[in-house]
Design a protein around this ligand. Structure first.
Ligand code: CTP
Length: 407
């Protein structure tokens, strides 16, 4: 499973002393953590502490000095030192500003960007959460209250400060929630944002095998990668996923309901048993089309082949066609593996199998098709054809899901 990428912005408030504990919570949950501090924040917690705990360099300055740029080959500096603010905002799945002082909040709502953290906030594409922390009287100040409302109007998520004893010795509202709570709220928010939350997805993957005798079968070189990537992407986007796979050497996160099958008939039965309530069905499996008409229960001895051996084959059931023709309330995508007349054949399959769209690929394309980590495909529906250039199978998996959601 891809690690969740958490960017934390630390500003100069006393609650910054809780951030090392918060970083540990994220690391324990197998998240990747990167941190930006304002220059004022380093008076409350050391960048060194946060760097050790997050296992990443902590960024503070707008302009890195030439030495760190050349010395450290493993940090973000390598990507493009002049655009850290853009890189980090693109990297993160979620950006948590904690503690958020009223100075930082007021600057954000006015578009001021005079430190690295502020420029990153203003250029980030990921969702941003503010956890304001300040003294009770500052928090109640009318200007701050207005700015807090503006934050929400601008689309930022705000975690209201809690009531309790404050650093000043006063009692009131202004405390940043404890790290465990902040961690929980951030992860919950991240989950809420997932576009397949509450959806049920069925994916088939890998090859099937059709046996000639107990030790011989016909099959194909499908590695199952495409289907596993679709299943994992759907799971990471919040779906409840059932993955029915033929024999492959891959594993899936334990939260995915992985059902292993071998033959086409087993795959068919498993699909039929798991079709109810599904919202999206994606058939990536390279199902074997033919099966020996008379499969032998006993091992055939080589002497019996006598140099020449003929097998009669018959067609297996076309699982996709069957479920397409008996389609209920789900959106259905299939694959077309074609070496010749790709578009024409894919369109025929789209129609014949009653699909919402079909993904066309060619096993003869370089770095595409069976066993590769990349693929080059076309998405075809009844109205459109979309060329997808060479991409990782994970990227294609996400595009398939985007397309199904749009449909
Ligand atoms: N499929 C299926 N059951 C089969 C054969 C194929 O469910 N017995 C599905 C595949 O999972 C894929 C789609 O149908 O999503 C198209 O598979 P493909 O191998 O490209 O085409 P076929 O329909 O098998 O036709 P042909 O081999 O003649 O191209």
């Amino acid at each position: 499973m891809a690690k969740r990428k958490i960017l934390i912005g630390v500003t100069g408030g006393i609650a910054a002393y809780k951030i090392p504990f918060l970083v540990r919570e994220f690391i324990k949950a197998d998240c990747e953590v990167k941190i930006i501090m304002t220059p004022a924040a380093i008076n409350f917690v050391t960048p060194y502490t946060l760097s050790v705990l997050s296992k990443n360099e902590v960024l503070i300055d707008f302009f890195p000095d030439a030495k760190s740029e050349n010395d450290d080959k493993n940090n973000i500096v390598e990507v493009n030192s002049k655009t850290w603010h853009v890189n980090l905002g693109l990297w993160a799945d979620i950006f948590l500003i904690a503690p958020a002082t009223c100075n930082t909040i007021s600057k954000v709502v006015n578009g001021i960007s005079d430190n690295l953290l502020l420029t990153t906030i203003l250029s980030a594409r990921c969702p941003i959460i503010f956890s304001p922390a300040m003294d009770d009287d500052m928090f109640k100040n009318i200007v701050i209250q207005e700015n807090m409302k503006k934050l929400e109007t601008l689309g930022y998520k705000v975690i209201p400060p809690e009531e309790g004893e404050l650093a000043s010795g006063l009692y009131g509202q202004g405390r940043m929630p404890e790290p465990d709570k902040l961690f929980k709220l951030t992860i919950e928010y991240l989950n809420e944002l997932k576009d397949l939350n509450g959806k049920k997805v069925l994916v088939t993957a890998g090859p099937t095998r059709e046996f000639i005798d107990p030790v011989r079968f016909i099959s194909n070189p499908s590695s199952g990668k495409m289907g596993f990537e679709v299943a994992i992407a759907a799971f990471e986007r919040g779906a409840d996923v059932t993955l029915i796979s033929g024999p492959v050497n891959l594993s899936a996160p334990k939260e995915i309901n992985l059902l292993k099958v071998i033959t086409t008939n087993e795959m068919f039965e498993s699909v039929m048993n798991n079709l109810d309530d599904k919202d999206y069905v994606i058939m990536t499996a390279a199902v074997e089309d033919i099966t020996p008409a008379n499969s032998s229960k006993s091992k055939l001895k080589k002497e019996s082949f006598k140099n020449k051996f003929t097998i009669d084959f018959e067609n297996t059931i076309d699982i996709l066609e069957y479920i397409g023709k008996n389609k209920k309330n789900f959106k259905l995508a299939g694959f077309a593996l074609e070496t010749d007349n790709g578009e024409e054949n894919a369109r025929k399959k789209l129609e014949k199998k009653n699909l919402d769209f079909i993904v066309l690929n060619n096993p003869n394309d370089k770095d595409a098709g069976f066993g590769t980590d990349t693929n080059k495909v076309k998405f075809i529906d009844k109205d459109n054809i979309e060329n997808i250039p060479m991409k990782s199978k994970r990227e294609i998996a996400d595009l398939i899901l985007d397309k199904l959601i749009k449909l």
